[in-house]
Write a protein that binds this ligand. Structure first.
Ligand code: DQA
Length: 157
């Protein structure tokens, strides 16, 4: 049996999920979302992870079911002790998706809900979130720097 000194240290992962239209960051409504592109955001996340000693995996999709599948996968990774949780910017699905609410609860995955813009200072249809009641925490309106804060929060839970 290998002793503790011969065991390799397994760095834990944080999954950063971006939903619909976030692939358009940089050119999409810069007054709301700023000028950083999705690759800029993913670089920022990787840098935050490197500082905190966690591996970062970033994915983006415009499809609700893909987010559901990835949340289920994350739940299995968390249960196996390989993942800390998920930073989730579900975009407009935040305001519509019972399926994402159920996926977070069903997979028992710690989620930090994130919005680049302050959704509460915008249209009334953005004020309700199906994600919030299932999330461990919420970061709203702090721009793309919120992703680094959400990653740090998951390391401290
Ligand atoms: C968003 C806010 C949502 O209301 C919107 O549909 C998005 C982006 C944000 O990051 O501020 O796509 O989640």
């Amino acid at each position: 049996m290998p002793g503790p000194s011969s065991q390799t240290f397994q760095m834990k992962t944080i999954l950063v999920l971006n939903g619909p239209n976030l692939n358009l960051l940089g050119t999409r409504e810069p007054a709301q979302y700023g000028h950083d592109t999705l690759p800029d955001v993913e670089r920022l996340c990787a840098e935050a992870g490197a500082k905190l000693g966690v591996a970062i995996e970033c994915r983006q999709t415009n499809h609700e079911g893909a987010l559901v599948d990835w949340l289920h996968e994350a739940g299995r990774e968390v249960a196996a002790g390989r993942m800390l949780g998920v930073v989730l910017n579900a975009g407009a699905y935040t305001h519509t998706s019972v399926a994402l609410h159920d996926a977070i609860k069903g997979a028992s995955v710690p989620v930090i809900e994130l919005h680049i813009s302050n959704v509460h200072a915008r249209e009334a249809f953005r004020h309700h979130s199906f994600i919030s009641p299932a999330a461990r925490g919420i970061i709203v309106g702090l721009g793309v720097k919120g992703y680094a804060l959400a990653i740090e929060a998951l390391t401290q839970l």
